[in-house]
Design a protein around this ligand. Structure first.
Ligand SMILES: [Zn+2]
Ligand SMILES: [Zn+2]
Length: 346
């Protein structure tokens, strides 16, 4: 089969590799779609190395059709469309035992360590199946949409951490795919005002289509003032930072009302410090949370919400790429072109 193999920094090679066979307890999936994200670019450029194996087949956001069922595997039928949660938690460490499997310290990830979805077929180990990484999707769903259960599941974990109440004003900083997913979920959860700010204009139009009630360019407005003007001087209930620009963290803290919540959802450049006024947290009694991955509960919810049409992630899919052009697809996503780029084998 053809596969996109990480050979070294900036070297993603299309190779002929043996097509996997399902041993006892294993599954082989025919990849339906693999969407790419900024993390793929960081792995490929060698900026992200933790848990990454040289020689791995890349791709961590994917879905597939059950192609071969190993001896003893139950609960799947040939042809089932399934989503793959890329993180396989150990279920034994302190965090897994304490309901925090999304920060498991022994997790192995598809597309980082385990061969991933930028290939024609993927082998799913007995371990990954037993630990709940494979979720059957609605058979009529678009496989590229089911691939987006990965980022959506991560967003649902973030929402669990920061909380949205019906009637809330939510500020989303950054209108990349992740900011747009937070926008969709905030709308679904009953936020009354969803304010999306971004550096460039193009995606603000998309933000409006998927639920933003107000948008602005970060260069055009003073963001905290803009938000306060829309909320009777109070500020937002919650601000979600979806772009790793350090200065905007202070902006997020300034944009929420007393007792408000700020979520650092985006990753920031490694080793760099943000300058913030901690008195905003102290006097205004703010709650600051993070969010970077998901557990099985959120992955399952994401597959279901996409399958039943509650969250229309298809609105984020732009021009797909062929498997042979996987490296171009990652470069395309890294350059901020398109919104969500899917690689479709075959
Ligand atoms: Zn991703
Ligand atoms: Zn663990």
């Amino acid at each position: 089969m053809r596969a996109a193999v990480l050979v070294g920094p900036n070297q993603l090679e299309m190779q002929d590799v043996p097509t996997p066979k399902a041993g006892p307890g294993e599954l082989v999936l025919r990849v339906g779609a693999n969407t790419v994200c900024g993390t793929d670019g960081r792995i490929l450029r060698g900026e992200k190395t933790a848990g990454v194996r040289q020689g791995v087949i890349m791709g961590h956001e994917f879905s597939g059709y059950v192609h071969e069922i190993g001896e003893g595997v139950e609960g799947y039928r040939e042809g089932d469309l399934v989503g793959v949660m890329p993180t396989v938690p150990c279920l034994r460490c302190y965090y897994c035992i304490n309901h925090l499997e999304h920060v498991c310290i022994n997790a192995k990830l598809f597309g980082y360590w385990i061969d991933g979805g930028l290939a024609e077929y993927v082998l799913v180990s007995a371990e990954a199946i037993e630990r709940g990484a494979i979720v059957v999707a609605d058979p009529s769903a678009d496989p590229a949409e089911i691939a987006l259960a990965e980022p959506l599941g991560c967003v649902l974990n973030g929402v669990d951490n920061y909380g949205i109440d019906i009637g809330d004003t939510v500020l989303i900083i950054g209108a990349g795919p992740i900011g747009l997913l937070h926008t969709m979920v905030a709308k679904q959860m009953g936020a009354s005002q969803i304010i999306v700010v971004n550096r460039s204009a193009g995606r603000l139009e998309v933000a409006k289509e998927v639920g933003a009630t107000h948008t602005a360019l970060t260069g055009d407005v003073d963001v905290p003032e803009f938000v306060k003007d829309l909320t009777g001087g109070l500020g937002a209930n919650v601000a979600v930072q979806c772009i790793g620009v350090l200065d905007l963290f202070q902006t997020a803290l300034q944009s929420v009302r007393n007792g408000g919540r700020v979520n650092a959802f985006a990753g920031f450049p490694k080793g760099q410090m943000a300058s913030i006024d901690p008195n905003l947290i102290h006097y205004n009694e703010l709650t600051v949370t993070g969010g970077s991955n998901m557990g099985r509960n959120n992955y399952r919810r994401a597959v279901q919400l996409i399958g039943d049409g509650s969250i229309n992630v298809g609105a984020l899919l732009t021009e797909p790429f062929a498997l042979e052009d996987a490296a171009e697809a990652i470069a395309h996503a890294s350059a901020g072109k398109g919104i969500k780029t899917a690689v479709i084998p075959g």
